[in-house]
Design a protein around this ligand. Structure first.
Ligand SMILES: [Fe+2]
Length: 224
């Protein structure tokens, strides 16, 4: 029994190291995406907690937020160096593959199985106009809806290589305008309540401490 636990722990740590390598590789390609993943993880966990999710579900939503864009590792370098607001249609098609690639990277890690759908479906939209599958409403898992709102809020409020971050009020407006078409209305209002009460995340830094804690905890190697 003790031996089983030790070998499982060793396997989990190897998986964690592999995920950290993936995150680091993505950070080399695009520093914004790496820091964005950490902030999305924190926002997503705050929303899940406020919605009354279980501790295990909160942690899984956090891991989904952390790795939601990990599939961008496979995208062409020119997508990250592009300074235009619009990509060519070929490059747009390539970007639309990143949820599939991310899910494929995570799906063989047994303890991350509950997280795969949050990565796979984080660009699906309430009205069915999202990608990669065009799922709608109740077909989209709650964890993916949460990651999607956290992703949008952080993308709007932070500086990107091609655009300056907007105000929190503008982000609320964008989220509210997107209710029913893009986002779950109840989740959006709960998210806004959370931000009003506890504020925005200023800077989580590029370190991988959060990734370590979340993934080790999911693997049963530590308590969060
Ligand atoms: Fe994404």
């Amino acid at each position: 029994m003790r031996q089983d636990l030790t070998s499982r722990k060793r396997l989990c740590i190897q998986h964690l190291q592999a995920l950290n390598e993936i995150s680091l590789a993505l950070g080399e390609k695009d520093r914004y995406t790496q820091a964005h993943g950490h902030r999305v993880a924190l926002y997503a966990m705050r929303l899940a907690r406020r919605l009354g999710f279980s501790p295990e579900d909160i942690r899984n939503v956090g891991i989904g937020g952390l790795f939601h864009d990990v599939g961008k590792l496979a995208l062409s370098d020119c997508i990250f160096t592009n300074r235009e607001t619009c990509l060519s249609s070929d490059l747009q098609q390539e970007v639309r593959c990143h949820p599939l690639i991310g899910a494929a990277l995570l799906k063989n890690i047994d303890f991350l199985e509950p997280v795969v759908d949050f990565v796979l479906f984080h660009h699906e939209r309430e009205d069915g106009n999202g990608y990669p599958f065009g799922l709608k409403d109740k077909e989209i898992p709650p964890g993916a809806k949460i990651v999607s709102i956290a992703d949008c809020f952080d993308a709007v409020t932070t500086d990107r290589p091609y655009q300056k971050g907007q105000s929190v009020a503008s982000a609320y407006e964008i989220l509210r305008e997107g209710c029913r078409r893009y986002f779950c209305e109840e989740y959006v209002e709960t998210f806004i309540e959370e931000i009003e009460e506890n504020g925005i995340i200023q800077d989580t830094g590029p370190d991988l401490l959060l990734a370590d804690e979340l993934v080790l905890s999911a693997a049963g190697c530590s308590a969060m």
